[in-house]
Design a protein around this ligand. Structure first.
Ligand code: CTP
Length: 400
């Protein structure tokens, strides 16, 4: 989600400057293009070389130096997708609030046309000083964003608000800023959980699916502005707020709900583990045991996803594949046979992947042939990656 985004990190002179190395490293790992500006004060706490090593780019420290490869302060200010000031000292906050541009960082902030985020870090008494509070209030009113500060033990020994947010918290906020609303108004139909195929009034055939993957997708899509309909098999998860939930039990009920909602959807994500077979006849009385072995005749359930694939116009269709071997081969086959745009495949026999755990290890196959191999991560993170790819696929389709 940060791939290729140009993020400028401004580092002012506070002890929290050392934490900015972790922030910059996290942004680089997330594949953002990172440029760093340091004030003179910041260089007393950490050397520019740390950041040039992390980013592979020269660090901007001086308005009038000519070692910036021809990039001027105006280009720095205009060609960024986001400007993060971390740590933001009382000094830099005060300068910006009062329109002062007397060094590289303050000048770039004043000339910026992208969103600017401050991550304050200072002594508690300074932070509480009405002058600083007024400056922060003024900047907020003018549309500048703030992350933190946190409360806790400060480097100067005092305790209270003024501690810069942790790099992972800042990173999380930044990622949210880029994804919030990118699926605004998009209608997404998600299926989740197992199906239950009844044998008699007290027994059924089902599988180990917990529904966690599908519910994570539904919630993440809702947070990004989508209108979400979630068709859910029986699971032990609370219905996500702001999502229309349709509860079903059997594969046939799931099929009906999916077909009803399909024509009105822009994207369909089919993470449910649908039973491939159902008992041929359902006894209306509890089946009594006998001395003979029991044979249960089963008949095939319809393949809902394949059916949607045959009907699909320009909807984006995302399927899942749960495999226990030959993952790539089966995944490519399912992608083609079911006419999918994206297929999320996992080897459910690997620890940390698949049913009823909080993490997953997936490979995502795109119909254009590209494959993304993700490491083990939480199902929430997998959901974000899937939606990133859906958003990208949609914008490629519409030629943006
Ligand atoms: N699926 C479906 N209807 C079915 C079976 C599967 O819609 N009757 C969907 C699942 O929701 C999933 C995808 O098809 O998105 C793949 O499911 P999976 O169980 O991995 O594969 P199958 O197609 O059932 O093939 P097999 O069980 O032979 O691996």
């Amino acid at each position: 989600m940060l791939t290729g985004r140009i993020i400028t990190v401004g580092i002012a002179g506070g002890i929290a400057a050392y934490k900015s190395a972790e922030l910059v490293s996290g942004l680089v790992k997330a594949k953002a293009k990172v440029r760093v500006i340091m004030t003179e004060g910041a260089q007393n706490f950490i050397r520019p070389m740390t950041f040039s090593a992390l980013t592979g780019n020269a660090v901007f420290t001086d308005m009038f130096a000519d070692n910036h490869g021809g990039v001027t302060h105006i280009e720095l200010a205009q060609n960024a997708d986001l400007l993060v000031v971390a740590p933001a000292t009382a000094n830099i906050i005060g300068k910006v609030a009062n329109g002062i541009a007397d060094d590289m960082l303050s000048t770039v902030i004043l000339a910026a046309s992208c969103e600017v985020v401050f991550c304050p870090a200072m002594n508690t008494v300074m932070y509480k000083n009405p002058v600083v509070q007024q400056n922060i209030k003024k900047l907020r009113q003018l549309g500048y964003a703030f992350i933190g500060p946190n409360s806790g033990q400060l480097a100067c020994g005092s305790t209270g608000p003024g501690r810069m947010s942790e790099p992972h918290e800042i990173l999380h906020h930044i990622k949210q800023m880029f994804t919030a609303g990118d699926l605004e108004g998009v209608k997404i139909l998600v299926s989740a959980g197992p199906t239950r195929e009844p044998i008699d009034p007290v027994r059924y055939i089902s599988n180990r699916s917990s529904g966690k993957m599908g519910y994570s997708i539904a919630k993440a899509a809702r947070d990004r502005g989508a209108k979400v309909v979630l068709v859910s098999g029986p699971v032990n998860l609370p219905p996500p707020e702001g999502v229309t939930v349709i509860k079903v039990e059997t594969a046939l009920q799931m099929r009906r709900a999916m077909l009803e909602n399909f024509p009105d959807s822009d994207v369909v994500i089919k993470s449910a583990a649908v039973a491939d077979y159902r008992p041929k006849s359902v006894s209306d009385k509890k089946i009594k045991k006998s001395h003979d072995p029991m044979v249960l005749a089963m008949e095939k359930n319809p393949d809902i996803l394949a059916e949607l694939g045959r009907m699909k116009g320009n909807q984006v269709l995302v399927g899942f594949a749960a495999e226990t071997g030959k993952l790539d081969e089966y995944a490519r086959l399912k992608l083609r046979q079911k006419n999918l745009d994206l297929l999320v495949a996992n080897d459910v026999s690997v620890p940390g992947a698949g049913f009823d755990v909080d993490t997953n290890i997936v490979k995502i196959f795109n119909r254009n042939g590209t494959v993304i191999d993700l490491p083990m991560m939480t199902k929430e993170e997998v959901a974000k990656h899937i939606l990133d790819l859906v958003a990208r696929y949609r914008s490629e389709q519409s030629g943006e």
